[in-house]
Design a binder for this molecule. Structure first.
Ligand SMILES: [Zn+2]
Ligand SMILES: [Zn+2]
Length: 155
């Protein structure tokens, strides 16, 4: 391995059993199909499944939901079916939050879209005016604190 230069390196791409588009790398560093393939990554083609019509309406009041909801099939706006499992139902009931209307993939995409982009800007601490690196763009209204001011604020 030392002779071939493999020693100490990360595992080669060829050993990865997953498609690039089904890993967290796609969230942080999105690639197109052609770009991923040309760099040696695999690509996951989701098998086409026939959409099964939704078997029940998701109730608005989480407390009224029975455990039989886990046997129902739901339709997402993206054209995929999804189910809600028993631990999910008890979790939503416990926290008194509504049952999701979208499939897990769409929920993940929505969550990822709310994050700040992976880019650092030069910012100024809102208290001591020290220069800091931040993922908040200067146009955003949020007040950025340096590490020391943040620690003083929190503890
Ligand atoms: Zn969906
Ligand atoms: Zn500061």
């Amino acid at each position: 391995m030392r002779k071939t230069g493999e020693y100490g390196e990360f595992f080669p791409i060829a050993l990865c059993p997953f498609g690039y588009n089904e890993t967290m790398a796609m969230d942080a560093f999105p690639l197109s199909f052609t770009s991923a393939i040309s760099q040696g990554f695999r690509w996951y083609e989701e098998p086409k499944k026939e959409l099964i019509p939704q078997t029940c309406v998701i109730p608005n009041d989480t407390q009224e939901i029975s455990d039989t909801l886990s046997t129902e099939i739901f339709e997402c706006h993206c054209g995929k079916n999804f189910k809600i499992i028993l631990p999910e139902i008890s979790f939503y009931k416990k926290l008194k939050i509504p049952i999701p209307q979208n499939c897990p993939s769409c929920r993940h995409t929505t969550r990822m879209a709310k994050r700040n982009p992976l880019k650092l800007y030069e910012g100024v601490c809102g208290r001591c005016k020290k220069l800091v690196k931040t993922s908040y763009s200067p146009q955003k209204p949020e007040i950025i604190l340096c590490k020391d001011c943040y620690q003083k604020e929190v503890y």
